[in-house]
Design a protein around this ligand. Structure first.
Ligand code: HGA
Length: 616
């Protein structure tokens, strides 16, 4: 995915920019570029398709130097990954712009700017920003003020950095939907889309907030809010290892990662939501064209990722009307599969190196026309430089960050977010969503991080409930509809880390067998959002109570379920039904965590399990 680095200093910044780009390499990208205000007093740039290494080698042979510069790694959304489309983009040799995100109204802006005489040299949406800003500078000479006027006309998502040959003492930046952070040095300052890119030069950061515009000079940083008011943003000191390799205030990585979910869900949404629509191009430049052709979806994954795929089936069929099949990769790869015409192959994997999933993708790609090939492949993955991403036609990266705990938590919820974006994108392109659904869900997705925070606030309540399980050997998890895979994931978490035998059933299946197991030694966990299946679920719960089974119910605050003998109801914040699977996952993660802590098992490295399953 795209990355931005910028610097204004009294020394040559080329090496700083290159090092910054290398630190962003893990996100996956297709080209890289740098622009500098050279000592000759002009803007110069170098761009290369491929790795940062290619750019570095080119600069080693023919160096560029300057004290002000911006750099970018690009993951194409508009226009193929070519040198011409790589950033920085110039306007009239006077401005250089790098951009993360998508400008939705780029076509109309392009037409208008062409009418004004601007000549475009790329197919990107980004280039309109350079020319529009150039045009604004005629009436508004100050670079930051002109940028403020420019972004008012942009629809979509952006993290932007700009330098001008006419105001070479500053770099200016704007953020809306794509993160940016200012790095503070001594007599020099920096900018990046991720603080990781700047850690070699500073440990003090200022995070820009939505709508912020920043003017960064060697000795000052000035920030304005979207309303144009000057604002101070807090300076945060980075502690070495504070992110991935350190548990911080938490006892285990798993608990830390559970609590990171609002933040990483937010990151996974960043740059992917327009005003009322999902930005389909976030899946890649050819996504819209491909999604228009999709008549079926085949999802292939393992373990937790498989459960994410199971939820997506309810969404793809229920919201977008697209037939969907889901299968565990180890089965799919060895069986003769009949593929319907125009089927999109979707693989899901945290690491992107899961051996079975990768083999399934490779088999899918090798299918002869006689066997009926897939339309295209899409990887939903947390690691941008993984094999799965490299070998798929389209990618949507989750932004969960490194997951250390073996039992997956934040990877799962970010996969669900990615799959919801897929559902809405395919539905949008095909016009198959009910009117208003996309706008409503886009709004609800924006609120989701706050909702997840509310669910996490139930931490101590869930910790108490965990005591009911510590002495038990078996548990049942029940759910209906899209909550069935959530129950499966809850059961998987519990068995993975507490070693308690846990099974998940669709609640309606209870009386077809598992009810025979229910007695006072078999707690039954249920997730009960307030949807059209609630009344049916309530009857299933009665069936359990009638056999003396103890019920633990995570229920919508409006579900009308109350505590009683043998029934423990934990009230959940109300949420739109489509997003309930993401919210209800949280208390189940917490439950297994606290049961494992009570049992004294190795939470982060459960016996017999490994993180990235690169063997069959
Ligand atoms: N739309 C721009 C930037 C793409 C991006 O942010 N990718 O992660 C382009 O296509 O160049």
């Amino acid at each position: 995915m795209c990355g931005i680095v910028g610097a204004v200093a009294e020394r040559n910044v080329t090496a700083i920019l290159l090092e910054g780009l290398k630190r962003l390499e893990y996100r996956g990208y297709d080209s890289a570029g740098v622009a500098l205000f050279s000592n000759a007093g002009v803007l110069e740039r170098r761009r290369r398709v491929g790795k940062v290494n290619e750019l570095e080698q080119s600069l080693a042979g023919d160096p560029l130097a300057g004290r002000l510069g911006i750099a970018h790694v690009r993951w194409a959304t508009h226009g193929a990954p070519t040198e011409q489309n790589a950033h920085p983009h110039f306007s009239n040799g006077e401005l250089a712009v790098v951009h993360n995100g998508i400008i939705e109204n780029h076509e109309s802006l392009r037409e208008r700017l062409q009418g004004l005489g601007y000549v475009f040299t790329s197919d990107t949406d980004t280039e309109v920003i350079a020319h529009l800003l150039h045009h604004k500078l005629r009436d508004i000479p100050d670079l930051a003020a002109a940028l403020k006027a420019t972004v008012k006309e942009l629809h979509g998502a952006y993290g932007l950095a700009v330098i001008s040959a006419k105001q070479p003492d500053r770099l200016v930046a704007a953020r809306s939907g794509s993160p940016l952070v200012v790095g503070l040095g001594l007599g020099e300052n920096f900018l990046a889309s991720d603080q990781l890119a700047l850690r070699q030069v500073t440990d003090r950061f200022m995070y820009l907030e939505e709508g912020d515009i920043a003017e960064i000079r060697r000795d000052s940083v000035q920030i304005w809010t979207a309303a144009g008011l000057p604002v101070e943003r807090e300076v945060v000191q980075y502690r070495e290892g504070a992110e991935a390799a350190d548990k911080g205030e938490f006892r285990h990585f798993m608990l830390k990662e559970i609590h990171e979910q609002p933040k990483v869900v937010q990151r996974t949404l960043e740059g992917r939501l327009g005003q009322e629509q999902v930005l389909v191009q976030a899946f890649g430049p050819q996504a819209a064209e491909l999604f228009a052709k999709v008549r079926n979806v085949q999802i292939v994954a393992c373990g937790t990722s498989y459960h994410a795929g199971m939820v997506a089936r309810y969404w793809l069929e229920g919201l977008a009307g697209i037939p969907c099949q889901v299968e565990v990769a180890s089965e799919f790869r060895y069986r003769k599969v009949v593929v319907q015409p125009d089927t999109l192959f979707v693989s899901i994997s945290q690491s992107g190196e899961t051996a079975d999933t990768l083999a399934a993708l490779r088999n899918a790609k090798l299918r002869s026309p006689k066997e009926g090939g897939f339309l295209a492949s899409l990887a939903i993955c947390n690691v941008g430089i993984s094999s799965l991403v490299r070998e798929s036609d389209l990618t949507l990266l989750t932004q969960a960050g490194p997951e250390i705990g073996v039992a997956s938590t934040k990877a799962f919820t970010t996969q669900l977010v990615a799959l919801m974006l897929l559902t809405l994108s395919v539905g949008q392109v095909q016009g198959s969503l009910e009117p208003g659904v996309e706008a409503e869900l886009v709004e609800e997705l924006r609120r989701l991080p706050t909702r997840l925070g509310e669910a996490l606030a139930m931490d101590s309540t869930v910790e108490k409930v965990a005591e009911l399980f510590a002495e038990k050997s078996h548990t049942l998890f029940l759910g209906r509809g899209a909550q069935f895979p959530v129950a499966m994931e809850g059961a998987l978490k519990l068995k993975e880390i507490s070693y308690i035998h846990a099974e998940a059933y669709p609640a309606g299946e209870l009386k077809h067998g598992p009810l025979a197991l229910v007695d006072s030694d078999m707690p039954v966990v249920t997730v009960a959002p307030n949807n059209e299946l609630l009344e049916k679920l309530k009857s299933n719960l009665q069936e359990v109570r009638a056999r003396g089974g103890e019920l633990i119910v995570f229920a919508d605050e409006q579900a009308g379920l109350n505590d009683g003998t043998g029934t423990h109801v934990i009230s959940m914040p109300h949420i739109v039904d489509a997003l309930a699977p993401i919210l209800y996952t949280i208390p189940l993660q917490l439950l297994s965590y606290y049961v494992a802590v009570l049992k004294g098992t190795d939470v982060d490295q459960p016996r017999n399990l490994a993180k990235s399953v690169t063997v069959e």
